[in-house]
Design a protein around this ligand. Structure first.
Ligand SMILES: Cc1ncc(C[n+]2csc(CCOP(=O)(O)OP(=O)(O)O)c2C)c(N)n1
Ligand SMILES: [Mg+2]
Length: 342
């Protein structure tokens, strides 16, 4: 694994890929906000203040912010998976909206208090409701891309998933269909090397998920998932390609989750502390921050101010969620079945 400094240069890589200074600062803010939210939810869970569980995006922030930032918010459709906290934030989900499901409140946009956390459905933002069953969002995203092409809409469909999901039939069926019909969909695999406790070597007999793209007639790209600018660069190319009508792309972000699978997991049983420490040295926030500093865009003072602002936003959301209303019993079947009126 290369060391943090080696991934950064004094050269303005962000401008070369079409990102302004404000864009990279915003990308870093989203990554930092996601991390703050994530750590806070972990603490709330351990303190017994939220029920259920928390699934963390820690370590995946660059893969998620870098990829989601390349899509057109308000136009494109998003199909993230349960680890997609930073994806949801980048698409425009507020911290309050992210937190409401943990409290089962009526205002939760993903299901009015009936959906579990980590299912980021949001009609306002074109984030499609998800099933908890791994990989099912892949055929959904392909169906959306098919509809867009059929109608002649210039919409690109986003879908993200883990490498474990890439072993399911949904993945192969989805990519095959998208490849045949040259659909406007970008498949983003966040390969964190584990499906809960199962290591990569027991999930697939090849090194790269992206190598499978060749079977489905689309480009397969491997990218350093810890480097937000690099992830943005390859995703932007794929999104532009899809919007030009040239078909799908499979992108594989090599990444790592820095914490256990969920608040119910203990990763000490299946991975060494040395391995975790080696990946912590390539924490995507550290890499992004080092880059911003090399560009003269960041310093200790700004870091401290951003940290405080993020914590305040998360604490305000918590205060709001604690007093927000529960769903009404009479709404229990809404919106499970279509409302046909009358
Ligand atoms: C069809 C199905 N099988 C099993 C599960 C239980 N499960 C939830 S997450 C997960 C691991 C998926 O790993 P991966 O796709 O690599 O994503 P990661 O959590 O590592 O980001 C499993 C097996 C499930 N939700 N759905
Ligand atoms: Mg995984």
């Amino acid at each position: 694994m290369s060391d943090v400094m080696s991934t950064t240069t004094a050269q303005a890589r962000h401008r070369e890929v079409g990102l302004s200074d404000n864009d990279v600062l915003e990308m870093y803010r989203l990554m930092r906000l996601c991390r703050t939210f994530d750590e806070h939810m972990w603490h709330l869970h351990r303190a017994g203040q939220i029920s259920g569980l928390h699934m963390s995006a820690m370590g995946h922030e660059a893969a998620q912010v870098g990829s989601a930032y390349a899509f057109k918010r308000g136009t494109d459709y998003f199909n993230p998976y349960y680890r997609g906290l930073a994806t949801a934030l980048t698409v425009g989900t507020s911290v309050r909206e992210l937190m409401l499901p943990y409290y089962g409140r009526a205002e939760d946009p993903s299901g009015g208090g009936r959906q579990i956390m980590g299912h980021y459905g949001n009609r306002r933002l074109n984030i499609v409701a998800q099933s908890s069953s791994v990989a099912t969002q892949i055929p959904h995203a392909v169906g959306i891309a098919f509809a867009a092409k059929y109608r002649g809409d210039r919409v690109v469909s986003h879908v993200s998933f883990g490498e474990g999901a890439a072993s399911k039939g949904d993945f192969h069926e989805g990519l095959n269909f998208a490849g045949i019909h040259k659909l406007p969909v970008v498949f983003i695999c966040e390969n964190n090397h584990y499906a809960i406790s199962v290591p990569l070597s027991l999930q697939m007999p090849i090194e790269n998920v992206a190598d499978r793209a060749a079977c489905y007639g689309m480009p397969g790209i491997v990218v350093d998932g810890q480097d937000v600018i690099e992830v943005y660069r390859v995703t932007k190319e794929a999104v532009d390609r899809a919007r030009r009508g040239e078909g799908p792309t499979l992108i594989e972000c090599k990444t790592y989750r820095l914490v256990p699978h969920s608040t119910s997991d203990d990763d000490r049983f299946y991975r060494s502390r040395e391995e975790v420490a080696a990946w912590r040295a390539r924490d995507p926030l550290l890499i992004a921050r080092t880059y911003l500093e090399s560009q003269g865009l960041w310093d200790e003072g700004r870091e401290a101010a951003l940290g405080e602002a993020c914590l305040r936003e998360v604490q305000e959301a918590q205060a709001y969620c604690e007093q927000a209303a529960d769903p009404r019993p009479e709404d229990v079947l809404r919106p499970i079945y279509a409302d046909r009126g009358g």
